[in-house]
Write a protein that binds this ligand. Structure first.
Ligand SMILES: NC(=O)c1ccc[n+]([C@@H]2O[C@H](COP(=O)([O-])OP(=O)(O)OC[C@H]3O[C@@H](n4cnc5c(N)ncnc54)[C@H](OP(=O)(O)O)[C@@H]3O)[C@@H](O)[C@H]2O)c1
Length: 338
């Protein structure tokens, strides 16, 4: 497949999923090859991870707006790529790389800044590598850089069977040696989170998150809450914290951006903080890059195990979007170009 893609690249154009109308279905189009800047390389995409942010961007609801038409994943993609056209650096020729493209991502081909490529080590499958960039990158930032999770602490994670949720569980348990309470919207998702390393689970569609966390921690509460849903779930997670607890705002998958009653921070000496992985590209590239290289290393060492819930073909991209939007997905949803 790599050789086939290599033959196509730069010569006959390539297929891409385009958002031509906000909240409308994506269109598959053949695009002409893009011109390269000196620091860029052209890569053939084998797998591309689907992020919740891609869906929000195509609905016009993401914090960064794109001019139409655009290819989802332009700013925040997970791409596993096979390099096709080395520019200055022959090192990359034929390597399996994982990258964060600045242009078209949900496509058979994309253009990537050289510094946004990481070589995939032997022993790490291309599918696993495609899961790492946004999910494990964000989870590393949350646990290590923002919340500074300590061994033995209890981490509560919402949307716990989702792509980023399972990455949080994997890293918290296997790297940071914490205990995890996974909160999710169905019994099947709770069961999956337990299989992937969580000590306890709470189905927040039928029980009180706050009461359950209190019960599971003998009244103490969680030391860290990683929150991706927003609305009332955010408030319940904040109220579930222990003394000197930390809550990290990761996203608003439920669609409602919550407010924080400041008295809740005061009463238990709690800290509230945010995380935005992509922003570290500009603000602190060494930290951004280290989240990628450490995830690849942990994967190669067999310490972490990315979970792919479903693989869709490029022509099934609208089904893939609906699968996530309808809360059917678990783990990472991946688009295969093959
Ligand atoms: N800040 C960052 O840098 C960063 C990085 C990665 C992701 N995120 C954010 O983190 C969140 C999770 O992203 P992800 O890619 O890992 O997605 P995901 O968790 O795989 O999928 C979203 C999950 O959110 C939950 N959810 C609750 N209400 C929902 C609703 N009304 N519609 C759809 N889903 C709903 C569902 O889980 P349940 O059924 O279990 O509730 C669903 O499976 C998103 O808000 C995303 O934007 C932020």
């Amino acid at each position: 497949a790599a050789a086939g893609a290599a033959g196509r690249a730069g010569a006959r154009g390539y297929r891409a999923a385009l958002c031509t109308q906000l909240a409308g279905p994506l269109q598959l189009r053949e695009l002409p090859p893009r011109a390269l800047q000196p620091h860029q390389v052209r890569v053939g995409v084998h797998y591309c991870g689907l992020n919740f942010a891609d869906i929000l961007a195509c609905q016009g609801l993401y914090q960064e707006k794109h001019a139409l038409p655009f290819t989802p994943g332009e700013q925040q993609p997970d791409c596993i790529t096979c390099l096709l056209t080395p520019i200055h650096n022959v090192f990359w020729q034929g390597c399996r790389v994982v990258g964060v493209p600045g242009t078209t991502a949900m496509a058979e081909e994309c253009v990537v800044d050289q510094k946004m490529l990481w070589q995939v080590p032997e022993g790490v499958s291309s599918e696993d590598a495609a899961v790492l960039p946004v999910t494990y990158g964000t989870a590393t930032l949350v646990l290590q850089h923002r919340a500074c999770v300590q061994p033995g602490e209890t981490v509560l994670v919402t949307a716990g069977a989702g792509a980023t949720g399972l990455a949080v569980i994997d890293l918290a348990v296997n790297i940071f040696k914490a205990k995890v309470i996974a909160a999710a919207g169905s019994d099947a998702k709770c069961e999956l989170a337990l299989q992937r390393g969580a000590s306890h689970s709470v189905n927040y569609s039928r029980s009180s998150l706050r009461d359950e966390v209190k019960r599971l921690t003998d009244g103490r509460g969680a030391n860290v809450a990683v929150e991706a849903v927003g609305g009332d779930i955010f408030k319940a997670a904040l109220q579930s914290l222990a003394w000197e607890g930390r809550i990290v705002v990761m996203g608003f998958a439920g669609g409602k951006i919550p407010s924080i009653p400041a008295n809740l921070l005061l009463l238990k000496n709690v800290s509230a903080m945010g995380v935005y992985w992509t922003r570290y590209q500009e603000e602190n590239f060494p930290v951004f890059s280290s989240t990628m290289s450490s995830a690849l290393r942990y994967c190669q060492e067999g310490k972490i195990h990315p979970h792919i819930g479903a693989v869709f073909k490029l022509e099934e991209v609208n089904e893939a979007f609906n699968h996530v939007l309808q809360r059917q997905s678990t783990g990472k949803v991946v688009i295969s170009m093959q």
